[in-house]
Design a protein around this ligand. Structure first.
Ligand code: SF4
Length: 341
């Protein structure tokens, strides 16, 4: 992951939560990369660590969690800087957060302050990160609201968030995220709280703006329908690890990891009867009682006895297609002996 068009390169990222009950390894060795101008979808069930991973990129992991190891190399003016080494409250990360990397959250009502007008909140970001005057910031805010197709933006700029519908609030959040022309936009399930029609409009808008600004888009979702619509590449996550990564066509047509295959089988189809549904069996294990070996082994239809003993490592199946499953590792016997020694 070096001589390339990567905007972000992540190596062996670990984020742990230190609770009274024990340590929760929310992110347990994530390797990934985000390519300039492309859309990467991070998918997986709730609680698999998608949101924590993205919060780590912005240095906003909530306590009692913290980054315990790993590198997050972000491209800034032709050099790679390690975000993992930055003080989460320091000046360096503040220059990146909200300016070069922006984030849109799932529920816009909780992300926008009810105490300030929509315009004030967007203007604050512009004033913080650019040398704009108040008047310039206000004009830019109105232009941004217009760009995200909010009607009568010159009036709405002075409204409070509770006066807006869910879809309009999410449009305002997108305007805020774009206010400083970020090179990377992280969207954490931005359409989950919206009805289907508004969801489709917001997705179209985001893709249009991504194309216009040439940003990289890291899109977190558990909705494979959304992934099929927008992804260039897909990373599938399970219990704090990436288990498969490939371009969208490969993931949908030739998935190799048993978890990815099970996720795709579980998508309900129109006219499917209830008894024909094929959910993934079992539950996501408690974070305090992770299985030994492969995390997915208690639920995996292809599990072997060795799967309870060895943690799979990433295997490259073809250029750009990697999978963490012992079915594809040729040296299991050597690894088993090595781990027992
Ligand atoms: Fe299933 Fe074993 Fe592969 Fe894990 S390593 S996904 S348990 S076959």
């Amino acid at each position: 992951m070096t001589e390339n068009n990567n905007l972000l390169e992540v190596y062996d990222l670990k984020v742990h939560f230190f609770t009274d009950e024990g340590v929760v390894k929310a992110i347990d060795g994530v390797d990934m990369n985000v390519v300039n101008g492309k859309t990467l979808c991070l998918v997986g069930e709730s609680g698999c660590g998608k949101s924590v991973t993205c919060r780590a990129f912005l240095g906003i992991v909530q306590k009692p969690g913290r980054i315990v190891s790993g590198q997050m190399l972000f491209r800034q003016n032709d050099r790679m800087i390690d975000i993992a080494k930055m003080d989460p409250k320091g000046q360096e990360i503040r220059q990146i957060r909200g300016k070069e990397i922006s984030m849109i959250f799932q529920e816009p009502m909780t992300s926008l302050s009810p105490m300030y007008t929509v315009g004030n909140q967007i203007m604050e970001n512009i004033l913080l990160h650019t040398g704009a005057s108040k008047q310039e910031a206000r004009e830019r805010t109105i232009a941004l609201l217009d760009q995200v197709r909010i009607p009568k933006p010159e009036r709405l700029v002075d409204e409070y968030p509770f006066r807006l519908s869910g879809g309009m609030r999410q449009r305002a959040m997108i305007a805020m995220a774009l206010s400083c022309n970020p090179t990377m936009l992280i969207a954490d399930e931005p359409t989950t709280a919206l009805d289907v029609t508004t969801q489709a409009q917001i997705l179209d808008l985001m893709l249009e703006l991504q194309y216009k600004y040439g940003m990289a888009l890291l899109f977190i979702t558990h909705d494979l329908g959304v992934v099929a619509e927008i992804a260039d590449e897909v990373a599938v996550m399970y219990l704090g690890k990436i288990v498969e990564r490939a371009d969208a066509d490969t993931i949908f047509n030739h998935p190799q990891h048993p978890y990815t295959q099970a996720l795709l089988r579980s998508i309900p189809k129109i006219a499917m009867r209830r008894e024909e549904l094929d959910p993934i069996k079992g539950m996501v294990p408690s974070p305090f009682r992770r299985p030994t070996g492969c995390n997915f082994n208690p639920r995996c239809p292809k599990a072997m006895s060795v799967c309870r003993e060895i943690v799979p490592s990433m295997t490259q199946l073809s250029p750009g297609h990697t999978v963490a499953c012992l079915l594809y590792e040729s040296n299991i016997k050597n690894r088993k002996e090595g781990e027992q020694a």
